[in-house]
Design a protein around this ligand. Structure first.
Ligand code: 5GP
Length: 201
């Protein structure tokens, strides 16, 4: 077991790890690596109104809901945070997060910046990490290599990226900015941030 896994697998209380960054920065891959290495970490399944991409599983990757269902959940105050991103709604259901944290687990929230700021206000102890692409060209290449979205969607996501990075820097929300060049190095860096921060709690 790595030292990071030991730190997070101890009897310390649980908490939240927010991973944000522009679409194509590699957040999901990083989160999957974290989940593999941290035995007491778990993934928060967001609700979204966007269409399911091929390979995504309803209830695992996301809970895919209609706008009506999303709005009904929001009206019942079921979300820890919500955001609109390139025309779709996304939200973190609060109850599973609260239960898991009370149970001593670390919940990984892969969310965009507006949501990150809401989490900061509600749960200020959350570890907040922003993942940057090494260059804009890398981001463009990664996004177009995905082939899961239309050209229009890709263009919107790229346009969104610049604003997200600027907002993340200005917001003061993120204690850590990590550049995802070599995946293994990035994962190690994120693990060591989590280890240090959880020991400090
Ligand atoms: P995608 O459509 O590529 O899965 O996600 C688009 C953006 O929404 C990504 O930046 C992702 O991190 C973010 N996102 C996913 N789920 C949530 C959520 O529950 N809340 C917020 N605020 N952002 C989310």
């Amino acid at each position: 077991m790595s030292s990071s896994a030991r730190a997070i697998g101890s009897s310390r209380p649980g908490g939240l790890v927010v991973i944000s960054g522009p679409s194509g920065a590699g957040k999901t891959t990083i989160c999957n690596a974290l989940l593999e290495r941290l035995p007491r970490a778990m993934w928060s399944v967001s609700a979204t109104t966007r269409a399911k991409r091929s390979g995504e599983v309803d209830g695992e990757t996301y809970r895919f809901v209609s706008t009506e269902t999303f709005e009904a959940m929001r009206a019942r105050d079921e979300f820890l945070e919500t955001a609109e991103y390139v025309g779709h709604l996304y939200g973190t259901p609060a109850e599973p997060v609260r239960r898991a944290v009370a149970d001593g687990r670390y919940v990984i929230l892969e969310i965009e910046v507006q949501g990150g700021m809401q989490v900061m206000r509600k749960m200020p102890d959350a570890i907040r990490i922003f993942v940057l692409p090494p260059t804009r060209a890398t981001l463009e290449a990664r996004l177009s290599g995905r082939a899961t979205e239309s050209a229009e969607q890709l263009a919107r996501r790229l346009a969104e990226a610049d604003g997200e990075i600027a907002t993340a820097r200005d917001s003061g929300c993120y204690g850590f900015f990590v550049t995802n060049d070599v995946l293994e190095d990035t994962v190690s860096e994120v693990l060591s941030i989590i280890e240090k921060e959880t020991q400090a709690i």
